[in-house]
Design a binder for this molecule. Structure first.
Ligand SMILES: [Fe+2]
Length: 505
């Protein structure tokens, strides 16, 4: 190799924007990833004026920053020879349904068609097939205007506005494609019947842009409500399988953060390989792992994030993550969805992680899925979603909190929409609303809030899988207490959800 080849290579990558000084020699560049280095050099000179020269001193400075990075922990997994997991003998059975946006421009028309689709499809859930007392009695808002006081009507509308009157009643404006109507929910008081109390409490949970059905009596220009319904999911028994398998749930791993709990994550990897005695009965059933976002910490997600990173290079964050996940036995299928920290478009639905980020990776048991996305494993339909909209739902719906994410997740299921409040959580302008829950999942899995939580709603298991990142300064400021390194695992035959705590193992 000629003495100056690496220097010429680096100069070529800097494409004439930065001059490489003659005091930079081959020996300084040996064993370095020139692609990563050229990115760092370009970043270093970004915004600097004058002739840009990369001399030996500057190179050292840039490399010194590189040396400052904390090397990722080397995980060594020993695989016990006598470990014969049940799941290894079962055939994998999985189907992925990626949720994609039908791109449009961001014109007014595009958003109008997005909202029309949301309204039309959510309205269908109130049809007579659902067996509600509304059924075919539904009226268009325009048509109810002809009726006189006392007439009972049922309408479906999208929530345009919600306000408290000076007497403390709740006034909700609903609209459909024909007109808008004002609905009054009478304030509860001791004299009111139990029904009125319940109705008023329910109505407090109404949020902007959702679609609801209301029944009530016409009174002047208002409708006095006596019933409210959400699109909701049907009640059915929890799905059970013949095969005795288990699904483990991960989220918010945050590889690349200084607070990523690599020791605990390494213990999880040892456990899944049968090298930890604790709850081995569950480990040996795990056939599938669903990981719903924030797989890495990312870069530039919030101001000054670089100070919190142990790996300030996005490609390296993913390559370290995949090195870790490659230790998972190949009979276990792993489904990876992105989250708001991952290096894909922030607006939802988020595309699956692509080849541009993950190079030279060819493990056939690791699959990349959209956020949200449906993953049906062994006959169990899992709806995975990172859960970025939980922030706005927790804020808007009374009774929701960061400490019990399963409550907000239930509210989302009732609304048949993963991101019901428009505006706080960016969405891709799309002809159809991709965030509608059009298939009822057996399991709804989310992360994002870094807190474990689970419940059952109408036969759907709700799981939030917490995090593998220690408490951040931001969480301290907000008073959030995360529950890191606690792995939920669902056994599909026995229908039991267990949590395996890797803080103490
Ligand atoms: Fe996260």
């Amino acid at each position: 190799m000629p003495d100056s080849q690496l220097v010429a290579d680096l100069a070529g990558r800097l494409s004439g924007k930065i001059i490489v000084s003659s005091d930079v020699t081959q020996s300084e560049l040996e064993n370095l990833d020139l692609e990563a280095l050229s990115t760092k050099v370009l970043k270093y000179f970004e915004g600097r004026d004058g002739i840009k020269v990369l001399d030996r001193e500057t190179l050292k400075k840039i490399l010194w920053v590189q040396v400052e990075e904390k090397a990722p922990m080397q995980i060594e997994i020993s695989k016990p020879l006598d470990y014969k997991p049940l799941a290894k003998d079962l055939d994998a059975e999985y189907r992925i349904r990626n949720i994609e946006a039908e791109h449009t421009d961001s014109s007014v028309n595009a958003f109008a068609s997005y909202f029309n689709d949301r309204f039309d499809r959510l309205r269908e859930f109130f049809g007579s097939a659902r067996g509600t007392s509304l059924g075919s009695m539904l009226n268009s808002i325009e048509s109810v205007k002809q009726y006189t006081t006392g007439r009972e009507v049922s309408i479906v509308g999208m929530v345009y506005d919600k306000a408290i009157t000076k007497n403390g009643h709740l006034l909700v404006t609903l609209e459909d494609e024909t007109a808008s109507a004002k609905i009054l929910f009478v304030k509860s008081s001791r004299e009111n019947s139990r029904d009125t109390l319940d109705l008023f409490e329910s109505a407090k949970r109404i949020i902007s842009d959702e679609v609801i059905a209301v029944r009530g009596k016409i009174s002047g220009g208002l409708i006095i409500a006596n019933m409210i319904l959400w699109p909701d999911i049907p009640i059915r028994p929890r799905k059970k399988t013949e095969e005795d398998t288990a699904i483990a749930f991960l989220s918010d791993i945050h590889v690349g953060s200084k607070l990523f709990m690599e020791k605990q994550f390494a213990r999880f990897l040892s456990w899944i390989n049968g090298d930890v005695d604790y709850r081995r009965d569950i480990a040996e059933k795990v056939k599938y792992i669903v990981a719903s976002g924030d797989l890495v910490d990312g870069i530039g997600v919030y101001p000054n994030q670089d100070k919190e990173l142990s790996i300030p290079d996005i490609y390296k964050q993913y390559s370290v993550l995949l090195d870790y996940l490659s230790t998972i036995p190949d009979y276990i299928h792993v489904f990876l969805l992105p989250g708001n920290h991952d290096a894909v478009r922030r607006a939802e639905p988020q595309p699956a992680l692509g080849k541009d980020l993950i190079k030279e990776f060819s493990r056939s048991n690791i699959h990349f899925v959209t956020d949200p996305g449906y993953v049906t494993v062994g006959g169990i339909k899992v709806l995975g979603y990172h859960g970025t909209s939980l922030d706005s739902v927790i804020q808007a719906v009374p009774g929701c909190s960061y400490s019990k994410p399963q409550i907000a997740m239930t509210e989302v299921l009732k609304r048949r929409h993963l991101s019901p409040i428009y505006g706080d959580n960016p969405i891709v302008p799309s002809k159809k609303d991709p965030m509608i829950i059009d298939e009822v999942p057996d399991i709804l899995h989310m992360g994002h809030v870094h807190k474990n939580g689970d419940s059952d709603y109408h036969g759907t298991l709700i799981v939030n899988s917490g995090t593998w990142q220690a408490r951040t300064g931001y969480q301290v400021k907000l008073g959030h207490i995360p529950s890191p390194a606690v792995l939920p695992v669902y056994e599909t035959k026995g229908m039991t959800l267990s949590t395996v705590d890797f803080n103490t193992v």
